[in-house]
Design a protein. Structure first.
Ligand SMILES: [Zn+2]
Length: 328
């Protein structure tokens, strides 16, 4: 926790669970994160033993991201949903909301929109949400994870990065998650997807130009306009909704890989991670990325959680990354 953050408290009126909220603000010229926690006393981020440390680690993640995005000024409303504790399925999820009624085209989602427009995109939903399954064995603090632990900082950094727009709305047939029309509503991220050594998969205005087989070819790249790199993306056969296309493939040390393993950590952006953030529109300082600590690991997929504790409006939908557990 550092000067980039301040903490406040909030309750979710629609819930029987008390929420508490933290706001993260820097002195001047930085991001403010309004963080709302929905966990009840005694569980998850409000656990009697580990809660404070878990919240502190999320604060450290947001501080790190704010440092990378130090040229940005604005607010992001982040809701931390009621934690899971079953220790099965995904490790964590993260996503941002979109307006499904918007014209076809490319969007980064509400988190980006809130920062850049200066106005709250929705009065009924936050900009982004994350969810963690604390049923797994976690390294909650900033020390090195033990061999049997997943590193909370690393996983939270991965999820927060999805909320910034490192995400895809492309379904397995090339249509948008928000509807089957072509053109459709896609991420800005999607607009840079291409085939390695070949054509771009999207054209102006949200037009998908490829065919379904392209998306399971193992040959999809993110064609970086700023660096000229083709970053290989995860595009397995069969298509993995929520994981395909929105994670790197085989880029060592990247935060945005589709799987993480116990006993390791990745707590800072690789050049590829940061380059993508720049390409989708953020003012990110990729040259001198602060190192919060060391280490990491994880896997991802997609899940829809349209209902939650607080009521979600009809005009916004969010697409999640879900992190599937892969023991490596
Ligand atoms: Zn992911």
């Amino acid at each position: 926790m550092n000067s980039h953050f301040r903490i406040a408290v909030k309750f979710c009126a629609a819930s029987v669970l008390a929420g508490f909220m933290g706001a993260i603000a820097p002195a001047a010229g930085a991001l403010i994160w309004n963080v709302e926690y929905l966990d009840a006393a005694g569980s998850g981020f409000n656990d009697g033993t580990f809660g404070a440390q878990r919240r502190s680690t999320l604060g450290s993640v947001l501080s790190y991201v704010s440092g990378v995005l130090s040229a940005e000024n604005g607010t992001i409303d982040l809701r931390v949903d009621v934690s899971q504790s079953d220790g099965t399925g995904f490790l964590a999820q993260g996503g941002t909301y979109f307006n499904p009624s918007a014209p076809a085209g490319y969007y980064n989602g509400f988190a980006y929109d809130h920062v850049r427009s200066g106005g709250d995109p929705s009065a009924t939903v936050p900009d982004a949400t994350i969810l963690v399954d604390f049923g797994y064995v976690w390294n909650s603090g900033l020390g090195a994870p033990a061999a049997n632990q997943y590193d909370l900082f690393s996983v939270l950094l991965h999820e927060i990065t999805h909320t910034l727009g490192f995400n895809s709305q492309v379904m397995q047939d090339g249509s948008s998650f928000f509807g089957s029309n072509n053109p459709g509503i896609f991420n800005v991220f999607d607009s840079y997807l291409a085939l390695a050594g070949g054509q771009n998969l999207f054209g102006a205005g949200g037009h998908f130009l490829g065919v379904a087989n392209d998306l399971i070819s193992g040959n999809v790249v993110f064609r970086s306009p700023s660096s000229g790199d083709d970053f290989l993306m995860y595009s397995p056969d069969p298509f993995e909704g929520g994981s395909s296309l929105q994670h790197f493939s085989g880029i060592s040390g990247a935060v945005m890989l589709p799987s993480y393993s116990r006993g390791s950590s990745i707590r800072s952006y690789s050049p590829a991670d940061c380059t993508v953030l720049v390409d989708i529109g953020w003012s990110a300082s990729c040259g001198a990325i602060p190192e919060p600590s060391s280490g990491w690991l994880l896997t991802a997929g997609l899940a829809l959680l349209l209902a939650a504790i607080c009521r979600i409006g009809d005009q916004e939908r969010r697409r999640f990354d879900s992190v599937d557990l892969v023991a490596l």
